[in-house]
Design a binder for this molecule. Structure first.
Ligand code: SF4
Length: 436
């Protein structure tokens, strides 16, 4: 687990270098490797199924024991941050006492049947690592009986409804059973926890879903429905999630379910995930953000990080200049009423003008909220995500999405990355960790 602070500042030895000195990841460089099929006996969870070890309680990944045969809906995986908050794992994270979103992942010995090029859960890893031991957004995901998770959270809710978690999110992954099992996991949850106390989000798998499934999830108490487009253009989608990597997803089907979500969940209750730095231009990404806002939804952004073991692990992480520009522009489109047409872009489609008077841009930067992790809101404010995914898209030493409110040296660092330093102020490398 690369982001748990054990002693002092955690740095990531594998932290990638910038893109040959460029301040954006260009499309010609961001080419995934071709997937190599694992030996036949290891496909479809072969090792886990042939050993058939019965699960018992919580399973912590990569513990040098045979991965048990765990299957949703009885079992789910949860993020390391959620496991720490629930007290299922020891440790703590830099500047985060807990996470406000309980992220759950369906789990099967065969794992996700898709092969997305940037994802640690992808199918091509079957030979190398059992599904429940694979890293996803840079961290391990312990497996836990679903009823146990629901019981612990129900027991944490105070009389006034206060609870560490503001939101619970089910990530469906791609599996023939994932629709039915999502309903079953949701039923176990709502049998224990009221949606009034902890709001529910669904991170969908459009490839297996129908419009009726979307409606059923709403009727069962879900508050927000999201579609992980991830890639910002149809070509990039096909290259990283479709035919280009022998994966089943199509841009068309993802948009069909996104439009169903718009119709069924309504304004501000649906959204799309977009990864920045996979080869799209800044204009293309922000044009998509505008399109989603015009539909009534929000976009949730992730900074590309070369996930270990993925088909893109040889590629550079998104340079922070590109990431900060897009983070700031996306916040302005999503929450400040600015339109992409008001912004200006250079010949490489980089943002050069955010479309607001300088003083207003300055105020937005100064508030720091634009640089926090984006996602479904919790109970604090509409523009503060419950889903803070600590260090899911960067190492602590070079934070992309801030899982806490950035202040002081962190803000000076952000300003330097944006080339918007205040007069008389400058950032000294590493100064944000001086107190540790
Ligand atoms: S569908 Fe989701 S979990 Fe599966 S490989 Fe693609 S990104 Fe990863």
């Amino acid at each position: 687990m690369s982001c748990v602070k054990t002693d002092g500042v955690q740095t990531d030895k594998n932290s990638p270098k910038n893109n040959m000195g460029m301040d954006f990841n260009s499309p010609d460089i961001m080419q995934p490797r071709k997937p190599v099929m694992p030996p036949k006996e290891l496909r479809n969870g072969g090792r886990v199924k042939s050993n058939a070890v019965a699960p018992s309680g919580v399973y912590l990944p990569n513990n040098n024991i045979q991965t048990p045969q765990m299957t949703s809906p009885e079992y789910v995986q949860l993020s390391t941050a959620a496991a720490l908050t629930l007290g299922l794992m020891p440790g703590d994270m830099y500047n985060c006492s807990c996470t406000r979103c309980l992220n759950l992942l369906l789990t099967y010995p065969e794992g996700c049947r898709a092969n997305c090029a940037y994802c640690g859960l992808a199918r091509h890893r079957e030979g190398e690592r059992d599904y429940a031991d694979r890293n996803f957004i840079r961290v391990d995901w312990p497996a836990v009986p679903m009823a146990q998770v629901a019981e612990i959270v129900a027991g944490q809710i105070k009389e006034d409804g206060d609870t560490p978690f503001h939101r619970m999110c089910i990530s469906m992954i791609t599996h023939p059973r994932s629709d039915a099992d999502t309903f079953a996991v949701l039923k176990t949850w709502t049998d224990h926890v009221s949606p009034d106390d902890v709001m529910i989000s669904i991170l969908s798998n459009p490839t297996t879903m129908t419009r009726d499934d979307v409606a059923q999830l709403r009727d069962m108490g879900s508050d927000i429905f999201t579609v992980s487009l991830d890639a910002a253009t149809p070509e990039l989608f096909d290259r990283t999630r479709g035919k280009g990597v022998q994966s089943p997803h199509t841009w068309k089907k993802y948009w069909e379910i996104l439009e169903d979500a718009r119709d069924i969940f309504g304004p501000k209750k649906f959204g799309a995930h977009i990864i920045i730095g996979m080869g799209e231009t800044e204009y293309e990404a922000l044009h998509l953000v505008q399109q989603i806002v015009d539909m009534g939804g929000h976009s949730h952004m992730f900074c590309f990080f070369p996930e270990k073991g993925s088909l893109m692990d040889h590629l550079p992480a998104t340079p922070r200049d590109q990431w900060r520009r897009v983070q700031l522009a996306r916040y302005m489109i999503d929450y400040c009423g600015v339109r992409v047409e008001q912004m200006k872009f250079d010949s490489e489609s980089r943002v050069t003008d955010f479309g607001l008077p300088k003083a207003e841009v300055e105020m937005t930067v100064e508030s720091g909220i634009a640089f926090r992790t984006s996602g479904c809101p919790g109970k604090f404010a509409e523009d503060i995500s419950a889903c803070d995914r600590p260090y899911g898209d960067s190492p602590v030493s070079d934070i992309a999405s801030y899982p806490f409110q950035p202040e002081g040296a962190h803000m000076r660092k952000i300003r330097k990355q944006l080339d918007m330093e205040k007069p008389g102020e400058s950032y000294a490398p590493g100064e944000e960790f001086e107190d540790l």
